[in-house]
Design a protein around this ligand. Structure first.
Ligand code: AFP
Length: 309
């Protein structure tokens, strides 16, 4: 990443599409963060992916639906916590993971919020993303904002946004790795890859996608949640998690892979569809793609100009 800057507020030219969305999100963030203290109990209900919901999941989802759904530019609010999208009028489609890694609240580890901004009806492919944002509730609260213009990291404080890093760029070699899922359930090829990576990189895995990817963007490296014996489709949700994260990493100069091609090429069939996800620095990702087989993305292809269509 580059050096911290002193510029405050958003750069209107670079991020005009996402400006109302990121500003509204930033305004909601302190409320979500405060709710962690009082909304830690499980609700006794499951989300559409069959996971138990915490009170904080429900709180963040309802707050974001009312705030983001109210924006003139937003036509659809879809969430990992809801079976169906909410029609909010004409405009862009948002796919939101209101509280990514919420089970980390129990152990007081990092959690996040992810927003994919699609210029298409959902479910859509990653090539329909105009932008993607994640918020990381760590020791400080930060937001990574990606558009076609690039990636900017902000400090989110009292609802205000201050630039921390302009032009976030992932390094090519990498220093850390984080792989999800039980090792005995990984494929033989992925286990072979993991054996080789652990000789060179340092293991860092926290169990919240946003936190794990943020350290890969910070230090370089690779994050993977591969297909498992009992979950051949992987664990992470394509619309809400994999696509926005792949968009951010690719816009920062990294690679994404779903076991076949770039995650952004994955055909979207269902709103809550899952996918294997691999993202990271050029070098470890090239080795991964070679080991698992598949095709690397053409570096000359922009997010909205795909040769696979
Ligand atoms: P929770 O929201 O249930 O905590 O799941 C988080 C998550 O979807 C994603 O943020 C993590 O990368 C992944 O699951 C962690 O999965 P494991 O608990 O299997 O490591």
């Amino acid at each position: 990443m580059g050096n911290p800057g002193s510029r405050s507020d958003l750069d209107a030219d670079e991020t005009s599409i996402v400006t109302p969305i990121i500003e509204t999100l930033a305004d909601a963030v302190p409320k979500i963060r405060t709710a962690f203290e009082t909304h830690r109990a499980y609700e006794g209900e499951e989300n559409p992916s069959g996971e138990e919901m915490l009170a904080a999941d429900v709180y963040a989802d309802e707050l974001l639906e009312s705030r983001l759904g109210d924006l003139d530019c937003v036509g659809t609010y879809a969430s990992e916590e809801r079976a169906d999208p909410v029609d909010t009028g004409e405009g862009l489609s948002l796919a939101v993971d209101p509280l990514d890694g919420s089970s980390n609240l129990t152990s007081n580890n990092g959690v996040g919020t992810i927003v994919g901004i699609y210029d298409a009806e959902l479910p859509a492919t990653g090539r329909d993303l105009l932008g993607a944002i994640y918020v990381l509730y760590g020791p400080t609260t930060t937001a990574m904002v990606a558009t076609e213009a690039g990636v900017t990291e902000y400090l989110v404080s009292d609802g205000d946004l201050d630039v921390l890093t302009e032009e976030v760029e992932i390094n090519d070699e990498g220093a850390v790795y984080g792989f999800g899922g039980p090792v005995p359930e990984w494929s033989r090829e992925f286990r072979r890859y993991a054996m080789s990576i652990q000789r060179r990189l340092k293991r860092r895995y926290g169990g919240a996608l946003v936190g794990d990817v943020n350290q890969v963007l910070s230090y370089g490296g690779v994050f993977a949640y591969p297909e498992l014996e009992t979950r051949p489709e992987g664990k992470l949700r394509l619309q809400f998690e994999a696509n926005p994260i792949a968009f951010i990493v690719e816009q920062a100069g990294g690679e994404s892979f779903d076991g076949d091609s770039s995650v952004l090429e994955t055909e979207a069939e269902r709103l809550h569809q899952r996918t294997p996800l691999f993202v990271g620095s050029e070098e470890p990702m090239a080795q991964l793609i070679e080991t698992l087989g598949g095709r690397a993305r053409d570096p000359h292809v922009t997010t909205r100009d795909s040769p696979w269509e």
